[in-house]
Design a protein around this ligand. Sequence first.
Ligand code: FPP
Length: 263
Amino acid sequence: MTQGAADHRTTAGDREPILDPATLPRHVAIIMDGNGRWALQQGKPRIIGHQAGVQTVQEVVRCARELGLEAITLYAFSTENWRRPGPEVEGLMVLLQTYLKNHLDQMIQNQVRLRACGRIDLLPAKTRQILKDIISQTADNGGLILNLALSYGGRDELIRAVRKLADKIATGVLSPAEIDENSLAAELDSVGLPDPDLLIRTGGEARLSNFLPWQLSYSELYFTKTLWPDFGRSHFLAALADFQHRQRRFGKTGEQTMTRAKG
Ligand code: FPP
């Protein structure tokens, strides 16, 4: 785990790191933390921080698409976030709906495919409907997969997967001996997605907060103090450059692992 180098929004004059297209991560997962603190620092209500966070979402998604990444998963709302004050939860749902409605044309034009993970059934009916409509309208797009973690909890996802396996055993479709990594992964919301190669967390905390515990087992972790609304293209590129300097060993020795980053 290293602390990210770029902790302040860089100016337009800064030079961008040179990235090796061959060792870019296929899938980047992001914990977008620090919206509330960003707003409070400016004496504004927390929802203003979330609004500013949506701008960062746009910038990072555009950058991921331009770089040709396969998938990006954003932790937009956790199972624990339901405990926040009602107006903040409602505000976040409205922001999400607005973002989705405003970006549908762009997603279609840019071949972005929307996916979601988490307890979508718990979202307000309107948010759920918009989400489902856009997921189906973008289902055949072949570009970046934009995966939104909504009402998501990693332990909850694992429990739901284990229940599905138990059902299969109870009905004789599966035997206990057939439970392995593949059969369990097939019941997760992330089925079909490669595991994230890189996790970025903004906002200065160095923890996973119940985000993708199964899928992040071998991911490189990048923590930065930069608050999410201050994070932008240059910070995202810095995180990718940092990733390209990692040696991923997957339990092997450094000598056995000759390739970098994508190892
Ligand atoms: C954590 O910051 C952030 C969230 C709980 C919500 C993230 C949501 C967005 C960026 C906007 C909507 C998303 C999309 C995809 C359009 P925090 O509020 O916990 O920050 P704090 O730790 O400073 O209080």
